[in-house]
Design a protein around this ligand. Structure first.
Ligand code: 5GP
Length: 237
């Protein structure tokens, strides 16, 4: 497979065509942004770690029956993926209170919820990705009622699978963001699952091993990303 025409550049990835129609080349960059693009930087070898974490996580999910866009690996920071008609919403799953939820609801960071929370956010940088409910999603034509139900069910399924997957690496899956698209009549998991898009805490110390180290200037950012990959490789040979 060869890297063809450039299609799109996002904050963390570049997309190119390949010689196969409908199959795209996804290159993971070392660039990092936070606060909706206000804070910018690079995290050394992040692209390599994130491509490999996504490949491993998506392969695991596919083996458990979750449909994903992953087709294969093209390079150390490059994956081959099916083109999807992406939904303009993000699905966030939360197991432990952190991030925007702590601010919005005034609860303490670290509280474990009795059951996972599913949230939808509108994908819109200009608006700062606002939280929306089902009625907003329907009103904006982002998805059908049936698709919203599928997204919630998929979010819960992926969450249960990934809680176990990360727990085997002594990591608590605090929360994470998923993006889905349509392929034919099906809803398929796209984008990435990485320390950029998940909060991952050490099980014992609750040390943050994710993008919050960059967002909050905690230091040891590269080391945290490498540590997540190292643990996943060790736990899932
Ligand atoms: P929060 O709403 O607390 O900021 O984020 C919840 C979870 O979703 C975190 O794990 C965070 O990394 C992820 N998340 C939400 N929105 C985005 C986004 O636009 N980009 C990235 N990389 N992650 C996001």
């Amino acid at each position: 497979m060869t890297k063809g025409e450039f299609v799109y550049e996002g904050k963390a990835k570049r997309i190119y065509r390949t010689e196969t129609p409908g199959v795209f080349w996804m290159e993971f960059k070392d660039d990092a942004t936070a606060q909706n693009g206000l804070k910018r930087g690079t995290i050394g070898d992040k692209g390599i770690v994130n491509a490999e974490v996504t490949r491993r996580v998506f392969q695991h999910l596919a083996a458990q029956g979750v449909q994903t866009h992953l087709r294969g690996q093209a390079g150390e920071r490059d994956l081959l993926v099916d083109g999807l008609e992406m939904l303009k919403l993000e699905v966030v799953m939360r197991n432990v209170a952190a991030g925007s939820l702590v601010k919005r609801l005034g609860i303490e960071e670290g509280r474990t919820f009795p059951q996972p929370i599913v949230e939808f956010y509108l994908k819109d940088d200009d608006l700062g990705d606002p939280l929306i409910n089902d009625d907003h999603a329907l009103a904006l034509g982002l998805a059908t009622q049936d698709e919203l139900e599928q997204l919630k069910a998929l979010g819960r399924t992926v969450n249960a699978l990934l809680q176990d997957y990360f727990a085997a690496a002594d990591l608590i899956l605090v929360d994470f963001k998923l993006e889905f698209g349509r392929r034919g009549g099906e809803i398929v998991l796209g984008d990435e699952v990485t320390p950029d898009t998940c909060r991952l805490w050490d099980r014992e110390t609750r040390a943050k091993l994710d993008k919050d180290r960059f967002r909050q200037d905690l230091g040891g950012v590269e080391e945290a990303y490498q540590e997540v990959l190292r643990r996943l490789v060790a736990a899932h040979a």
